[in-house]
Design a protein around this ligand. Structure first.
Ligand code: MG
Length: 470
């Protein structure tokens, strides 16, 4: 393991909610909840003001509404978040060629590989400048962790929240981890946590004391062994540079959770066929087959398999998707399935070796408590990749025309604003912009011809806006 804290983990603070607060002056300092607003909606992100009421990511929206009835409830605007994300990732890539995004607002950076840090002092300096640059370019804040390993860098950024920087000095890791809950370790979700507690282990220090044999006895060879190593702060996982993220994918959300394993398999085959149709329609082929499964508890797993060469063969994609499904535990029920192909090539090639897997990169990540449950249960084999996300990017049912809560509109007379609410033939709009003060509310008929959907405005204008919160 390296001896300098040159692995950086960046995590934007309450990303979607902060972006909405920056875009909508009247919401600054207020409880804001972003997520699916339909009957099956889940909280994607909420502002720190909403967390005070106990609202958190991956919580069913109905529960959030009971806890914080007066919060602003908004549908995610992924287009805007992606734009901001690209700005942030661009700043990270200036620091190193080794940037590993985990989601839109989170990434590891190997500063040593970029020669932008080599010891504690240079790492602190680089991270401080990065935080200032992110704020200047996006208007938003991010928290940074610095450590000698990925696991510790992520723990550090969590401790730094919100709007902070924490550096874990190499050599102090074990003492720091010892009193912490086992849940802090990657791959320990509620289920594994309970299992360990029944075995008399609730802190990281107790894992280290119990010894490797006991961990293997409790959790099996692979999982027990890797948890024991992490409890000793041994984490040699390298920062892996971003791969080709362009993909073609299809997914379906089910009204009722699917429990029947045979039905799940059939659905995956059907999705694989549809995905290949779309791929062929675009005259593309791809090397990496991706399976996405959102389970009954809202945890979402993606697993992927990289073939030796690009394919657009339905049989090959079906087989790969079926293999990936074998490694996912679906016993509790499945609410969404998706199949995608990435690593695209803009040509088609019949590939005889397509079924041979070559990529052996394996990564097990955890995002949020709900996702952690699965990360512990399903171990990933060589050539597969697992990542968890808690963002629910599902289309909301359109109730009336296209007035979605939180989305931007323009009125011929009153200018730029956003939809505060709609229903019963009415739409309420608040007229304000990132650079304005809190704006006024007006209500229109939902078929008012002077009102149209608008693109989001940039959060940071040419003239820096003065903001009252961090
Ligand atoms: Mg974040």
């Amino acid at each position: 393991m390296r001896t300098a804290p040159t692995i950086l983990h960046l995590d934007m603070d309450a990303f979607f909610a902060s972006a909405e607060q920056a875009a909508k002056p009247s919401l600054r300092g207020k409880a804001v909840v972003v997520g699916g607003l339909g009957p099956r909606g889940v909280v994607a992100t909420c502002s720190y003001e909403a967390r005070v009421f106990g609202v958190h990511s991956a919580m069913p929206m109905a529960q959030a509404r009971r806890l914080a009835p007066n919060a602003a409830y908004l549908v995610p605007r992924f287009g805007l978040y992606r734009e901001i994300s690209e700005q942030v990732m661009g700043l990270l890539r200036e620091l190193s060629p080794l940037v590993e995004p985990l989601s839109l607002d989170e990434a590891f950076v190997d500063l040593e590989a970029g020669r932008t840090a080599w010891d504690e002092a240079s790492a602190r300096l680089t991270a401080g400048k990065l935080r200032a640059d992110i704020r200047a370019v996006t208007g938003l804040t991010g928290s940074v962790g610095l450590a000698a390993s990925k696991m510790l860098a992520k723990i550090a950024s969590e401790q730094a929240k919100p709007d902070g920087l924490v550096l874990i000095e190499p050599g102090t890791e074990r003492a720091l981890l010892a009193p912490m809950s086992v849940r802090i370790l990657p791959g320990v979700g509620p289920a594994t946590g309970d299992h360990l507690r029944r075995g008399g282990i609730s802190t990281v220090g107790e894992i280290a004391e119990a010894g490797e044999d006991e961990l293997v006895r409790l959790l099996g060879k692979a999982h027990g062994g890797s948890l024991y190593a992490m409890a000793l702060a041994r984490d040699e996982r390298p920062v892996v540079a971003e791969r080709d993220t362009k993909s073609v994918s299809v997914e379906d959300t089910y009204d009722v959770d699917i429990h029947d394993r045979v039905r799940v398999r059939t659905e995956v085959q059907r999705l694989a066929d549809r995905c290949v149709q779309r791929l062929r329609g675009a005259h593309l082929s791809g090397r990496t087959i991706v399976l996405k499964v959102r389970r009954y508890d809202f945890s979402t797993l993606t697993r992927s398999e990289t073939l030796r060469g690009p394919t657009d063969d339905a049989a090959v994609v079906r087989e790969a998707a079926a293999r990936l499904l074998e490694s996912v535990d679906t016993t509790g029920g499945v609410r969404l399935l998706g199949v995608g192909v990435s690593g695209l090539a803009d040509y088609t090639q019949e590939d005889l070796f397509a079924q041979a897997r070559v990529a052996a990169a394996e990564e097990l990540q955890q995002a949020g408590g709900a996702a952690g449950a699965g990360a512990g249960a399903g171990s990933s084999g060589a050539g597969q990749e697992e990542a968890a996300e808690v963002v629910a990017e599902e289309p909301e049912p359109v109730v009336e025309r296209q007035w979605r809560a939180g989305h931007d509109v323009r009125h011929a007379e009153f200018g730029h604003g956003w939809v505060q609410g709609s229903g019963l033939g009415r739409v309420t709009v608040r007229f304000e912009t990132p650079g304005s003060g809190p704006g006024r509310v007006r209500t229109f008929r939902s078929d008012d011809s002077a009102l149209e959907v608008a693109e989001p405005l940039p959060l940071v204008g040419r003239v820096p806006a003065v903001r009252g919160e961090g």
